[in-house]
Design a binder for this molecule. Structure first.
Ligand code: GLP
Length: 260
């Protein structure tokens, strides 16, 4: 795992966008794993700017979302499918039909999970997966206690996650209790994981994920099993890491030919 601690606030987004741009240059038909929440928004701004300047085309790419709320009507402004349309798809040349998410509106959610796994496999798997982290250590919507080998399925959100995410919902509208989320085993099959976290509220979860024991108590600790995981942090999110100086030394002395 590579942990990168950055002082410049825009730098995380630029590094993640660089990784995506380099991937697309190698493989224009790459499969991207998209995350929602506030953490990846800077990356989407960066991709939109690079597209507008003619530097980047996602025309041949495909994308899969990590998760979706159960029961929100199609087009609901807080449905992750809508969020990703607004934050990324409409601002670049990604084909909307090549962007898929778990179908949280289906009656048979077990089949929806199975079909989603099948769709990811049929696309050849995810090349680069963007990730945020919940304050309780969740990855996608895999809450504490999630099996480290889980696949796409229904999960129940913790009260803390519903509280954290209520800021995205109109006043008075409850955050759904249930979600359909890629499992930790599903996420772990992406070829490159890029997790972004900023702010003091994430420091405890980041420390548990990066330096704590591998445990379902902190689902994001599953990153420790991955052969190519990059964790992009600001100083506040990194503030509880015991090995922060070492991570800085590694990044500062990184050979120029070595990519993220
Ligand atoms: C949500 C999403 C996660 C995201 C997390 C953190 O619950 N399902 O994928 O990583 O929240 O969100 P934020 O980046 O807004 O802090």
């Amino acid at each position: 795992m590579e942990v990168v601690i950055l002082q410049d606030p825009g730098m995380q987004a630029r590094l993640a966008a660089d990784a995506i741009e380099q991937l697309i240059a190698r493989r224009p038909q790459a499969v991207l794993g998209l995350a929602t929440g506030s953490s990846p928004l800077g990356v989407y701004d960066e991709l939109a700017a690079r597209h507008a300047s003619g530097q980047l085309s996602l025309r041949q790419a495909q994308a899969f979302l990590l998760d979706e709320y159960v029961g929100l009507p199609p087009g609901h402004p807080c449905a992750y499918r809508t969020v990703i349309e607004v934050e990324l798809v409409r601002r670049v040349d990604l084909d909307p039909a090549a962007v898929r998410g778990p179908q949280g509106g289906r009656e048979d959610l077990v089949a929806a999970g199975r079909d989603y796994e099948q769709a990811i496999r049929a696309a050849g798997g995810v090349d680069l997966q963007l990730l945020g982290i919940g304050t309780d250590g969740h990855l996608a919507f895999n809450e504490p206690g999630s099996s480290l080998t889980s696949r796409t399925r229904v999960k129940t959100l913790t009260a803390r996650t519903r509280q954290d995410n209520s800021r995205f919902f109109p006043p008075g509208e409850a955050v759904p209790r249930h979600v359909l989320t890629q499992g930790l085993g599903t996420i772990g099959e992406a070829r490159h994981l890029v997790l972004l976290a900023t702010g003091e509220s994430k420091a405890e979860a980041v420390a548990a994920a990066v330096e704590g024991p591998l445990s379902a108590r902190c689902p994001a600790s599953v990153l420790q099993l991955h052969p190519h995981a990059t964790v992009l942090l600001d100083e506040a999110a990194a503030s509880r890491l015991g090995l922060a100086d070492y991570y800085r030394e590694c990044f500062d002395g990184k050979p120029p030919w070595q990519r993220l």
